[in-house]
Design a protein around this ligand. Sequence first.
Ligand code: MG
Length: 386
Amino acid sequence: MKKLSILGSTGSIGVNALDIVAKHPDKFQIVALAGGGNMEKMEEQIKRFRPELVALMEPESVRRLKRSLPGSNTRILSGMEGLMAVAIHPEAEMVLSALAGSVGLLPTLAAVRARKTLAIANKEPLVMAGEILQQEARDWGVCILPVDSEHSAIFQALAGNRKEDIKRLILTASGGPFLHTPVEKLAKVTPEQALNHPQWRMGKKVTIDSASLMNKGLEVIEAHWLFGVPAPQIEVLIHPQSIVHSMVEYIDGSVVAQMSIPDMRGPIAYALAYPERLDIKLPSLNLFEIGKLTFSPVDPERFPALSLAYQALKEGGTMPAVLNAANEVAVEAFLQGALGFSQISHLIRQTMARHKPIEQRSLENIMQAHAWAKHEAKQMIDRGAL
Ligand code: MG
């Protein structure tokens, strides 16, 4: 029986993870859950999984939740303090880090320092502080298991092979809803169009990131830190069917790919039960029905965000944190109608141009760069400086 804490239990990854847990009560027990603002969903999860501890962001949601669960044995905390307590819960053996965005950095790091096996879906902590996270994981002897479908695919394709035999990692990208939209029309696309992803059902932030391909950019940085492969050996291919989730090419020319129908329960289950595989009752992959798998290069004019991510990784230090912070501000502004879709990458580029990266080593440097970039990007939007 594996005891689990979940950071981000009310989001898309969290809900899918709990679906797997519910179907395998002999394998997993939930000890702590942290969610964002969705009080109703958290109430359901408390009744169903009876965790010892839960956390919600807003103190007001905590008060309302306590009122609606009289006599419950579950402790309920709020804010960052709550997230940290869920991350380091003494009974948890594994923490699923599945919060959205940079808010997950401190609790994810806390879980590593508390020697929890880390299943990581929240890519921003790795993008912002991959060097620190990997160093701490080595220091504490902690295993980090990827949940992101591409990284799970690479992890699976690496099994039984030697790292020094890797020639390159090939990440696949569906291309999102704007793969065939004329480039000049991208400036005018709406949040509703951007949220309509052809293959995956995900949270809003990652769906917009998928439409701009910034998601793939963040994943290149994530792959660099997870697998210790330099950026020039990480490539991205457009693969609209989302069947091949990623590939590893070895020095002898062999390419190992991992395939499945696009369903996040696959990679989530693989990380939760690793090294075991669970029968999660997904439909079999039917290659006859799919007929053909296609691959094409990324058009840098259509998807400038991807080049920005490579640039941030190359410049190193605090630059990926700045890229990520500017992107968080840009996506939020786009969803609120304050920024056009094409301006997302403009804003990121301008924010990066104003930053001189310093070494990543201290968390303080990263938090400062993150706060600075958020402020700078917001100011540029307010000034209409794009
Ligand atoms: Mg992914």
